[in-house]
Design a protein around this ligand. Structure first.
Ligand SMILES: Cc1cc2nc3c(=O)[nH]c(=O)nc-3n(C[C@H](O)[C@H](O)[C@H](O)COP(=O)(O)OP(=O)(O)OC[C@H]3O[C@@H](n4cnc5c(N)ncnc54)[C@H](O)[C@@H]3O)c2cc1C
Length: 128
């Protein structure tokens, strides 16, 4: 039977005030990779995992749930909107680098486009 996955998302201030036992693992960022790692680690019921995420739960935000609306999430509270230094190779232009600031990280603001691996091995052939 597959063990229950326990995932705790807390802010740094919550973690500082916590009185629970020291977690076995602290993962910085509840983005795509961080949550996969947290999920896999917490399959072991003897292991405690804490995920620190500055963003919030945006699962009811229509700009997250509607794949057509992801551009509306840009430059809002759920986008880090990192400024990029002027790029000599781009004629001195500067840019904004978008990254998700929410549970799910950039998957909260991405276009949700996907394609199958190519060439096409059965997905089940990947070791998990
Ligand atoms: C605009 C956009 C569109 C995209 N479109 C697609 C698409 O259509 N299809 C596709 O497959 N991929 C797409 N991607 C790419 C995909 O979303 C990312 O490659 C993937 O989500 C990155 O995962 P990650 O875990 O590396 O980082 P992220 O998912 O970005 O997670 C990083 C997490 O760390 C948190 N964090 C940041 N600083 C700190 C800190 N100091 N302490 C703690 N936590 C912190 C962030 O808030 C975030 O939650 C898109 C990405 C973007 C930005």
């Amino acid at each position: 039977m597959r063990p229950t996955t326990t995932l705790v998302a807390v802010t740094l201030s919550t973690l500082r005030g916590a009185t629970a036992r020291t977690p076995d693992y602290v993962i910085a960022g509840a983005g795509t990779a961080g949550l996969v790692v947290a999920s896999r680690l917490s399959e072991d019921p003897n292991v405690s995992v804490v995920v620190i995420e500055p963003g919030s739960d945006q699962r009811t935000n229509p700009n997250v749930t509607n794949p057509d609306a992801f551009l509306q999430a840009f430059d809002t509270d759920l986008d880090w909107s990192y400024p990029v230094a002027p790029q000599p190779g781009a004629g001195g232009q500067s840019f904004v680098l978008h990254q998700g600031k929410a549970w799910g990280g950039s998957s909260a603001i991405n276009g949700k486009s996907q394609r199958s691996p190519f060439p096409l091995p059965p997905l089940d052939s990947y070791p998990l």
